[in-house]
Write a protein that binds this ligand. Structure first.
Ligand code: 5GP
Length: 180
């Protein structure tokens, strides 16, 4: 991903891209599908910090199945909008996931490098099954060779913030998704 970024961001106002209402409806639809797919099971949802915390919180509150949660933290872009292309594990899992149904929950999949890294990491812990959910998917940028099971919205190559997503740690509290 690359964005030429030669203006002062603080002087730009982010523009609404996906409304709070649209997100709510879509999260409900995803939860409905997950309820069906995991009926009678108790999957472990693994949120990828920091960005996925709001999506994960909203998603699990729409579920009627039993579930558990845990978190992973990977190195981020820092204060940049451009992926460094390197992924590092900053916080490992606490949950025992061997033999469990696991769903990884991402805020956004861009190049797919983070998800690929997570897939290798989690596969090594021998879960019974492994699926992926993301609120946003930059399909044209992604180099993923595997399918994402639950996608909220496919979006073009734009840098977005809000609903958990930040720029330089700011804007996570916006209720919708915004683009610069
Ligand atoms: P990937 O490894 O797929 O390139 O990037 C995944 C991570 O990059 C996301 O979890 C997120 O932290 C960050 N990221 C990618 N695109 C965006 C974006 O448009 N906005 C924000 N705020 N973060 C992004």
């Amino acid at each position: 991903m690359g964005f030429s970024f030669n203006f002062r961001l603080e002087k730009k106002k982010p523009r609404k891209y996906i409304s709070e209402r649209k997100i709510k409806l879509r999260v409900r639809e995803l939860a409905k599908q997950i309820n069906k797919d995991y009926s009678g099971k108790c999957p472990v949802f693994i949120g990828v910090l920091n960005g996925s915390f709001i999506f994960l919180a909203d998603l699990i509150r729409e579920l009627s199945i039993e579930c558990e949660i845990d978190f992973l933290k990977l190195s981020s872009y820092g204060d940049s909008m451009i992926s460094s292309g390197k992924v590092k594990l900053l916080k490992d899992l606490n949950a025992e996931i061997k033999g469990r149904d696991v769903v990884i929950v991402e805020d956004i999949v861009d190049t797919g490098l983070s998800l690929k890294f997570i897939k290798n990491l989690i596969t090594g812990a021998k879960p019974k099954s492994l699926r992926f959910a993301t609120l946003l998917f930059k399909k044209d940028i992604s180099k993923l060779k595997f399918k994402i099971d639950y996608v909220g919205f496919e979006i073009p190559n734009e840098f977005v913030v809000g609903y958990g997503l930040d720029f330089a740690q700011r804007y996570r509290n916006l209720k919708g998704i915004y683009v610069f």
